[in-house]
Design a binder for this molecule. Structure first.
Ligand code: AMP
Length: 326
């Protein structure tokens, strides 16, 4: 497994990378973790990176590339790697490609974790980390009153770059510098979009499926431009690369029948499916007329006049076009 996890801050790259590592025995290589470790050890490089990270900006390419190069040269990476948070711009992607060619370990896939912005904000603002074991929690899903790590009891802390004033900057940086990688890797035939919302286990299942899928040769990839100039992509659990939320388990709210009928009639001018919708609506009107007739017959003591009136009005209903009904 030689893959890159791509996605906005808070999309779940770290969580899913850790799970893939645990199950497949391939190391998670997180540029963020490598940098935080350098900051914590107060190395020269860490001292340089600290302020940049706390401002939500990207650390210079050569610093990050140096860390990644060292990490990939370790023996455990010989059997593969899960890159998490690297590359984050086109230059880094090109440097990575050169490095992987040099060490004879080309990329197999790039998995894009797709999550809507409002959920990203909620996840980032609520994220808390254990300083001892690194376990990640979210205040939105923790039991009420819990403040410590369930592994070792250590008091959880908030990453400085998860503070509300920095989160916006990080998402801006993602849009401007990292999102172009979606198109880049699509063109190379490596990108696989995965719906990143929903239960962790479900997202993991989709990630695994995407990671294991047979590669597509770059020559077979067509990139169609959409309005936003983003490529339109297929993916695991996602019909498009752009926000493909997982359907909620609760029953969908149905549109009122009248509106649905009007919609179907409107659509019928353009497609055969819509014509079918019109037929259904017309037959529904007929059924309604029959029911009205039956009701007229079975009502307790209808006068002859009333019965005739009801039958007449039922015929009128059957004749009306569905779209004209309100
Ligand atoms: P992360 O843990 O991936 O969210 O990264 C935390 C911070 O580390 C980012 O906001 C950047 O400041 C820095 N960082 C992580 N990866 C990179 C990278 N590939 N290039 C530049 N800066 C990075």
């Amino acid at each position: 497994m030689r893959i890159v996890l791509l996605g906005a801050p808070g999309s779940g790259k770290g969580t899913q990378a850790a799970r893939l590592q645990a199950k497949h025995g391939v190391p998670q290589v997180s540029s963020g973790d490598l940098l935080r470790d350098a900051v914590a050890r107060k190395t020269e490089l860490g001292l340089k990176a600290k302020a940049v990270m706390e401002a939500g900006q990207l650390v210079s390419d050569d610093i990050v590339l140096g860390l990644i190069r060292d990490r990939l040269s370790r023996p455990d990476a010989a059997k593969g790697f899960i890159l998490d948070g690297f590359p984050r711009n086109i230059d880094q992607a090109n440097s990575l490609s050169a490095l992987l060619t040099e060490i004879g370990q080309p990329l197999e896939a790039v998995l894009l974790l797709d999550v809507r912005k409002d959920l990203l904000l909620k996840r980032l603002a609520g994220r808390r980390v254990c300083p001892k074991c690194g376990a990640v929690y979210n205040v939105n899903s923790m039991p009420p009153g819990a403040t410590g790590c369930s592994n070792d009891g250590a008091e959880l802390y908030q990453r400085p770059d998860d503070k509300e004033e920095v989160i916006g900057k990080r998402l801006e940086v993602y849009e401007a510098q990292t999102r172009p990688l979606v198109k880049h890797y699509t063109k190379l035939g490596l990108l696989r979009a995965v719906a990143g919302e929903g239960e962790l286990d479900d997202v993991f299942e989709r990630m695994e499926a995407a990671a294991m899928a047979k590669p597509v040769s770059a020559g077979k990839v067509t990139v169609r431009a959409s309005k936003s100039d983003e490529p339109v992509l297929g993916g695991i659990g996602s019909s498009k690369a752009k926000a493909a939320p997982v359907p909620k388990k609760s029953a969908p709210v149905k549109a009122p029948a009248k509106k649905a009928g009007a919609k179907a009639a409107k659509k019928s001018a353009q497609s055969p499916a819509k014509k079918a919708g019109k037929k259904v609506s017309a037959s529904a009107a007929k059924k309604k007329a029959v029911r009205a007739k039956a009701a007229a017959k079975s009502s307790k003591k209808p006068s002859r006049k009333t019965t005739q009136k009801r039958a007449k009005s039922a015929k009128t209903v059957a004749k009306r076009k569905p779209a004209a009904r309100k």
